[in-house]
Design a protein around this ligand. Structure first.
Ligand code: HEC
Ligand code: HEC
Length: 312
């Protein structure tokens, strides 16, 4: 018998191929069908109709050519962007939008990093926030209305749950609304905090501003403000995406003046939703400047803000 098989090349090839395929089926296809290979984070929700429409805009506008959506488990990446990407984050992503090249920063942890109003303003004019940005303006997306019927078809095809009310709510929404809604979901299911080195938060025991009232400090603060803060807080701190800084009797939406070091802390540490500064609740959206500004520069900014508030 054995001799027979060896003398029949075609039969031998077929049998040999089948034998090898058993290995392939066992090591490749069987695991593919087990639940373990399709992990899903607990907090992960399917895309809503508006978010899915935004995801389509993200693809059609070629955002993945400039932006990645995956943080590698390397110290440098985790420090810059937050927790590294987990397999369970991508359960509802068809196709994945991991991207291949970072001309702009990674967006895997973009959701909730800034308020919606920042996202709108940045899409309309990226150079208002980063003067040398080469990201194109997407202002025109606000002129294009969504087509609810098309979004509904897409929701059906991907099997995401929706109600008729969700679809009717899309009437009047623009592609820019959808894009912002989508970007604000990125990374929000990952509740584990970045392991290390979010900038050290500073807590001070009521030290006065060492540069208070110094004319030079105020001038320096003014320049720093134009470069780092104006895009969000408006010209001379009148308020825009961030609150007005000109009323010394309101800090974080509550009446009552606070000492200089609270200003220092908020600029150094930034804010996050639910955080507490001097007993007042933060809404989030103020970035930390611990890595970009020195202590002296922050105190100069505080001196400048005080000068706007009419304190000498
Ligand atoms: C030509 C490359 C390019 C394209 C295309 C592009 N971007 Fe950008 N993007 C950048 C660069 C560079 C930055 C960093 C400077 C800045 O903030 O504008 C950036 C910044 C961003 C930021 C702010 C990130 C942060 O945390 O500061 C977001 C959000 C963003 N892009 C989203 C998008 C989306 C969504 C699209 C598609 C509609 C897109 N970008 C298309 C290059 C690009
Ligand atoms: C990306 C937009 C953004 C930028 C850039 C920004 N801020 Fe803010 N800032 C905010 C937001 C949003 C808040 C409200 C924070 C909250 O509710 O948690 C805030 C709050 C503040 C507050 C508390 C104000 C109050 O009275 O409630 C101060 C002070 C402040 N920012 C100073 C600065 C300074 C100085 C800079 C520049 C070095 C700066 N911010 C840059 C968005 C920004």
């Amino acid at each position: 018998m054995a001799k027979n098989i060896y003398s029949k090349p075609v039969l031998f090839t077929i049998l040999a191929t089948l034998t090898i395929l058993v290995g392939t089926v066992v090591t490749m296809f069987v695991p593919m069908l087990t639940a373990q290979m399709h992990p899903k984070l607990e907090g992960l929700k399917p895309y809503t109709a508006l978010q899915l429409a935004g995801r389509d805009v993200y693809q059609s506008e070629g955002c993945p050519f400039c932006h990645t959506q995956t943080v590698r488990p390397l110290k440098t990446e985790v420090e810059r962007y937050g927790h590294y990407s987990l397999a369970g984050e991508f359960y509802y992503d068809r196709p994945f939008l991991w991207g291949t090249k970072r001309t702009g920063p990674d967006l895997a942890r973009e959701g909730g990093k800034y308020p919606d109003s920042w996202q709108y303003a940045h899409f309309e004019d990226p150079r208002a926030f980063a003067p040398h940005s080469i990201m194109p303006s997407f202002a025109w997306l606000k002129k294009i209305k969504l087509d609810p019927a098309q979004v509904e078809t897409h929701m059906k095809v991907l099997g995401f749950p929706y109600t008729q009310a969700d679809i009717s709510a899309l009437a009047g929404k623009t592609e820019l609304d959808a894009l912002v809604a989508y970007v604000q979901t990125l990374g929000t299911a990952v509740t584990v905090k970045a392991q290390a080195t979010v900038p050290v938060t500073k807590k001070m025991t009521h030290v006065p501003n060492p540069l208070a009232g110094s004319h030079e400090a105020i001038e320096r603060g003014e320049k720093l403000f134009e470069q780092n803060c104006q895009a969000c807080h408006g010209k001379e701190g009148v308020g825009y995406i961030g609150p007005s800084l000109r009323d010394k009797d309101i800090f974080l939406y509550v009446r009552g003046n606070v000492p200089d070091d609270d200003y220092f802390e908020i600029i150094h540490n930034g804010t996050h939703p639910g955080g507490i500064e001097d007993g007042r609740t933060e809404k989030g959206g103020m970035p930390s400047f611990a890595d970009t500004l020195s202590n002296d520069e922050i105190w100069s900014l505080v001196a400048y803000i005080r000068s706007l508030q009419g304190e000498k």
